[in-house]
Ligand binder design. Structure first.
Ligand SMILES: Cc1ncc(COP(=O)(O)O)c(C=O)c1O
Length: 349
């Protein structure tokens, strides 16, 4: 499916919102800059989120916004980032950003990082003297693992790189630094002609992809590694678990051996970017019938129906950005005065 020249493969980005939320104000995309001596660039001191906003008949709807922002706050807490932002404020900022973008669907990226106080610069590892900066950007993002992946599945490998150990870099925090490990996994996979790599944990059990959780289907049972296998507690993973429960499909968290991947009936990835993507081979061993299996297809169909608002979800999973409550979110404790609301997208050529 993919050329061996993985270096040139990237996710399609047709449009970018040309405003960015920064510490309570909306600023122009071109003004969203940091100093090269910022702590984050040298020591990886950032935490972030990735959230999808789907196009629905009732306008754009953000998928599981509160859960994503709660994980963002959890990541900040783990890294002792003492910022002033509340869950409500960050949710409202995300909603307003989508409203301002004029985009019907997009990917939302909140990030909090240690920057540089240029008047009192600090260059050591100790992060405390460095000020925190919080931004939220948005862009329209295509299918993360390729356009055909959702239907046909992807070819993946088991990485030679292990996932992080729980007491070195906590995988449950979505920190920028964790993605150096993800990059090793992803680059190795791409350069060897695979779409993605699956990392094992430090004990040799299956952990997750470089940017996705993994599910295995055996018979009519769905299995996924537990949090103790050094995974990010994925919000799509949680959605898949709840969808299985609603469909009456048995789903269990289990430690999974590498060899179980090869003999699974079906495998699939879950993630905000990857959504629900079937895996058709691992290390060039065909999984099941070598395409999207029937249970994966069923879960995937329900997932997409729920994200499009065409089927009720088990919880309040969609935040409609044009709903009256969202539209009235302007006065929630931060200024939006920096620039006026406008339909603002950069078209990427
Ligand atoms: C390493 C990793 N695991 C799992 C996931 C899936 O998490 P979620 O479904 O919350 O996007 C992601 C994506 O954010 C990820 O980067």
């Amino acid at each position: 499916m993919f050329s061996k020249d993985g270096k040139h493969k990237d996710v399609k980005t047709p449009r970018i919102c040309d405003v960015v939320w920064h510490d309570g104000e909306f600023i122009k995309w071109n003004d969203a800059r940091v100093h090269v001596m910022s702590h984050v660039l040298h020591y990886g001191s950032s935490i972030f989120e990735g959230i999808r906003c789907y196009s629905t008949k009732q306008g754009p709807a953000i998928f599981r916004l509160r859960e994503h922002i709660q994980r963002f706050l959890n990541s900040a807490k783990i890294y002792r980032m003492d910022h002033p932002w509340t869950l409500e404020q960050l949710c409202d900022a995300s909603i307003q950003l989508v409203q301002r973008s004029g985009m019907d669907q997009c990917y939302i990226r909140p990030i909090l990082f240690r920057s540089l106080d240029e008047e009192h610069p600090a260059f050591g590892v100790n992060p405390f003297p460095n000020p925190l900066a919080c931004y939220i950007g948005a862009w329209d993002w295509g299918k993360y693992l390729g356009d055909e992946a959702i239907e046909q599945g992807v070819d993946v490998c088991v990485s030679t790189w292990n996932r992080l150990t729980a007491n070195s870099m906590p995988a449950m925090a979505k920190s920028g630094a964790n993605y150096m490990n993800s990059q090793l996994i992803k680059m190795e996979a791409l350069l060897n002609g695979f779409a993605e790599g699956i990392a094992l944990d430090d004990r040799g059990y299956v952990s997750e992809g470089s940017g996705e959780n993994i599910f295995l289907v055996t018979g009519d049972i769905v299995l996924t590694p537990p949090l103790s296998s050094s995974i990010l507690p994925g919000i799509t993973r949680d959605s898949v678990i709840q969808i299985c429960q609603e469909l009456g499909i048995t789903v269990k968290e289990r430690t999974i051996q590498r060899a179980a991947l090869y003999v699974a009936d079906e495998l699939f990835f879950s993630g905000t970017a990857a959504e629900v993507t079937p895996i058709r081979s691992v290390d060039r061993i065909t999984v099941g019938q070598g395409g999207r299996g029937p249970i994966t297809e069923k879960i995937q169909r329900v997932f997409f129906e729920m994200t499009k608002g065409e089927r009720p979800a088990p919880g309040s999973w969609l935040t409609y950005v044009n709903a009256p409550k969202a539209a009235a979110a302007d006065n929630n404790g931060f200024s939006t005065a920096a620039i006026e609301a406008e339909t603002a997208v950069i078209t990427v050529k």
